[in-house]
Ligand binder design. Structure first.
Ligand SMILES: Cc1cc2nc3c(=O)[nH]c(=O)nc-3n(C[C@H](O)[C@H](O)[C@H](O)COP(=O)(O)OP(=O)(O)OC[C@H]3O[C@@H](n4cnc5c(N)ncnc54)[C@H](O)[C@@H]3O)c2cc1C
Ligand code: SF4
Length: 355
């Protein structure tokens, strides 16, 4: 094979990896996509998301289209239930060991794109007083996505639709005590989106969102935040929740209303914890195996020598996209995936010219 056409390896088959593989192939270059799960589609598929912001598109359908764009492209080779277990070499010539269901094989790639994504913050950690693992009616954003998708928004304790639902923002994010000082970026928008969907499925329910401050990026302000308040009458309460306690067969939220400067107590039927994002175990593992610098939160350090390249890692020829580098929404993920695809192809061609 010509050195200029040496394939590019994409690790991770979520939105970031799929978009990177699709773009590499669209530019006429061969690509091998390695995914550790049996299915492609990443976290939106694994956690059964309902609708995607900000167009309220059915997640299964939108991600399905993306999956089809790579599975139907002859320039993309897909290896599921597979992992990278070794890597040596330099830009233009990386010798990679792939462990697949049919055994280990060594392959040569011109460049590598890491798209190993995120995992949700575990709200059961000891600093968290939300009783996620003790109270069935305390759920997370991803649990709620699955309920919305199934059109089954109910209290897990008794199977009844809730009359009052409360979202608690910044669970596991912006929290110095646990070392996650960063904002997870998507959860204010996702909570507002879910509040709208709850009101669509249960018009009589009252929905509260308890927040430190609402962070809506770009168009989400107009497309999610204002419709949630004005059209769907969702109650946004600026307050810090300190604990959740049982009250009869309901839940008592205790904290401080920071606008009014006084203690607050609200009784609800269902609590949704807006859990933030953290690097996935696969991201941490790949960073170590590939020798990529990580930041203090465990994400793969991006920026490159200039600090201005959002897809460059500390190792030339290896790029990072989406939620493996930072908390990211789909727009961020797709934008970095396209950039990484272009940079990876440029790397292969430049390395071939130098040689
Ligand atoms: C509750 C919730 C709802 C959301 N809803 C929206 C929304 O409506 N709109 C929006 O813009 N964003 C939304 N997001 C954010 C969105 O999910 C992310 O932007 C997106 O999933 C990031 O894609 P990714 O490919 O970087 O990572 P992921 O989706 O996490 O995909 C990573 C993939 O890599 C695989 N992998 C991991 N390690 C390895 C390994 N070592 N080897 C091989 N494969 C590996 C994983 O199995 C996975 O398939 C939401 C997030 C949350 C928390
Ligand atoms: S997006 Fe909102 S809920 Fe999520 S960490 Fe940032 S401020 Fe908190």
């Amino acid at each position: 094979m010509q050195d200029t056409m040496r394939p590019i390896l994409v690790i991770g088959g979520g939105p970031g990896g799929l978009e990177a593989a699709r773009t590499v192939a669209a530019l006429g270059h061969p690509v091998v996509l390695v995914e550790r799960r049996q299915r492609l589609g990443g976290t939106p598929d694994a956690e059964r998301y309902a609708k995607l912001t900000h167009h309220f598109r059915d997640a299964e359908e939108a991600i399905g289209e993306l999956v089809a764009s790579v599975t139907e492209n002859p320039l993309v080779e897909i290896l599921t239930r597979s992992e990278v277990t070794g890597c040596e070499g330099e830009p233009g010539h990386f010798r990679v060991t792939l462990t697949t269901p049919s055994g280990a094989q060594e392959r040569v790639f011109g460049a590598i794109i890491v798209a190993t994504g995120f995992q949700h913050f575990d709200p059961g950690r000891e600093t968290q007083l939300y009783n996620y693992y003790s109270f069935p009616d305390v759920v997370t954003l991803s649990d709620m996505e699955a309920m919305l998708k199934a059109h089954q928004v109910v209290r897990p304790s008794n199977g009844q639709p809730p009359e009052r639902v409360a979202f608690i923002q910044c669970v596991g994010s912006r929290d110095r005590q646990i070392g996650n000082e960063f904002c997870s970026k998507v959860c204010c928008g996702i909570a507002s989106k879910q509040a709208i969907e709850i009101k669509q499925q249960l018009p009589d329910a009252r929905v509260f969102i308890f927040y430190i401050d609402m962070r809506m990026y770009g168009y989400w302000e107009n497309e999610l935040y204002w419709p949630a308040q004005e059209q769907y009458k969702v109650n946004y309460v600026k307050g810090i929740v300190s604990e959740i306690l049982p009250k009869g067969d309901r839940l008592l939220i205790r904290g401080e209303d920071t606008t009014m400067g006084r203690p607050m107590e609200v009784t609800v039927d269902l609590v949704v914890l807006s859990v933030g994002m953290e690097p996935s175990s696969g991201t941490r593992q790949m960073a170590k195996l590939l020798g990529l610098a990580q930041n203090k939160y465990g994400y793969i350090e991006a920026g490159g020598p200039t600090g201005l390249d959002p897809v460059a890692t500390s190792r030339p020829g290896i790029f990072v996209v989406g939620a493996a580098a930072r908390p990211a929404d789909l727009d961020d993920t797709f934008a970095t995936a396209g950039l990484a695809a272009a940079r990876a192809i440029a790397t292969v061609r430049q390395a071939a010219v130098v040689r």
